[in-house]
Design a protein around this ligand. Structure first.
Ligand SMILES: *[C@@H]1O[C@H](CO)[C@@H](O)[C@H](O)[C@H]1NC(C)=O
Ligand SMILES: *[C@@H]1O[C@H](CO)[C@@H](O)[C@H](O)[C@H]1NC(C)=O
Ligand SMILES: *[C@@H]1O[C@H](CO)[C@@H](O)[C@H](O)[C@H]1NC(C)=O
Length: 368
């Protein structure tokens, strides 16, 4: 590209940016960046060789654009958070998004991914957390070019954005609790494994901070011992009185406790860091134990799936899902419905209960 062409391209990008800025959109923060797994993936796995893909109906059956690659019938929690933050239109996937659109944030999440590189490999390729952070690093270089190399402006922008990172489910589901494919449960007890995850995650999130992130929401792992996939495999209900596989929930609870300590440490040690712990585990537990009051009739069975609890095989292409999707907590063997995500995102956004968000909710994070 010639210098003139480069200058013209930069001007064009800037003009597009200004048009975007002049539109009716006036969110509470200028941008929203998302890191995670299938719970928040919005299409990054569509072109990847993996079983962890959802760009086919009935996934997206209740989403305006249909099957986009979201692992639910409608919106994910971050879609709903984007709405609550005042964004017009959802945050776009990293894959396939170019130009000035990146200035309002990107979603790097990839189904089956985890903190550890190998997690989820049993399902195929995926973008682990370390690589998602590398992709963000590339995005920030592009933002630098859009802002004419003004690093002060880049840092100011990033400092006002919200970052959401929710990782760990696959480090348990598609690693630690899959002993036929992974040796981690033989190598480490749950406490040591959680400590190793936190150590890696701390490094990854510190990199995010070093690149410019300041307002960071860190999502806990939910009660994955209670998802239809586990209920289909586990016969504990009769023996233990709990419907759920508490061995899995206990291991995850150790990790979540470590996340909370990590968040406190970041806030104490990194200048201007505003990290917060979004307690999806606590929120999920509350929904499970008060399902009826949230409007859920079915909490132990996916709306779409095959076999016991609709949890033995996940929702297949063109399979007929349940009709009353707003009454189901789970869409498939692993993932909540749009209706459940509305409750989870609502709690993350403005609950004042410490058991939902600590030390601040997302609304407070936006204003901080
Ligand atoms: C860089 O951006 C900052 C903050 O937006 C602004 O105050 C400053 O004037 C800019 N510098 C240049 C050289 O444009
Ligand atoms: C079921 O209960 C037994 C006895 O209390 C306990 O040892 C076991 O870990 C429980 N199983 C699960 C999966 O929670
Ligand atoms: C939280 O936000 C929801 C949705 O905007 C609203 O209906 C609710 O009143 C808010 N609650 C609090 C405590 O602010």
């Amino acid at each position: 590209m010639t210098v003139a062409a480069a200058a013209a391209a930069a001007l064009l990008a800037l003009a597009t940016f200004e048009i975007a800025a002049c539109s009716t959109e006036s969110p509470q923060v200028p941008c929203f960046f998302i890191f995670g797994d299938s719970l928040v993936d919005n299409g990054n796995n569509n072109g990847i060789l993996t079983l962890a893909r959802a760009n086919y109906l009935p996934y997206g059956v209740d989403f305006p654009d249909g099957a986009t690659g979201r692992f639910t019938n409608g919106r994910t929690t971050v879609d709903i958070l984007a709405e609550l933050l005042g964004f017009q239109g959802f945050i776009r996937p990293y894959e396939g998004t170019r130009g000035a659109a990146i200035l309002r944030g990107l979603n790097y999440a990839s189904g089956a991914s985890g903190i550890r590189e190998e997690s989820g490999s049993n399902l195929g390729a995926h973008i682990p957390m370390g690589e998602q952070v590398q992709r963000f690093r590339g995005t920030v270089r592009q933002i630098g070019r859009l802002l004419r190399g003004n690093q002060t402006a880049v840092n100011e922008l990033l400092g006002r954005c919200i970052f959401y990172a929710a990782m760990g489910s696959n480090d348990y589901l598609n690693n630690y609790f899959m002993p036929d494919s992974y040796s981690t449960s033989a190598d480490y007890d749950p406490k040591t494994y959680a400590a190793l995850l936190i150590q890696d995650y701390t490094r990854q999130l510190t990199a995010l901070y070093d690149i410019g992130a300041r307002k960071v929401a860190v999502g806990a792992v939910g009660q994955i011992g209670c998802i239809p996939y586990q209920l289909a495999r586990y016969d504990g209900a009769a023996a233990n009185g709990s419907r759920c596989n508490e061995r899995i929930n206990r291991a995850v609870a150790i990790y979540n406790a470590g996340l909370q300590v990590m968040v406190d440490r970041f806030n104490n040690e990194l200048p201007n860091a505003k990290f917060t712990f979004i307690n999806n585990y606590g929120s999920f537990k509350d929904i499970l134990s008060n399902a009826a009051s949230y409007g859920f009739d079915v909490i132990d069975k996916g709306c779409c799936g095959v076999g016991r609890n609709n949890g033995q095989i996940t929702c297949l292409p063109l399979q007929q899902p349940c009709d009353d999707r707003s009454k189901y907590l789970f869409w498939d063997a692993f993932h909540p419905t749009d209706a459940a995500n509305v409750v989870l995102a609502g709690k993350a956004f403005n609950s004042t209960a410490r058991s939902d968000a600590y030390p601040r909710n997302i609304q407070q994070l936006a204003a901080a």
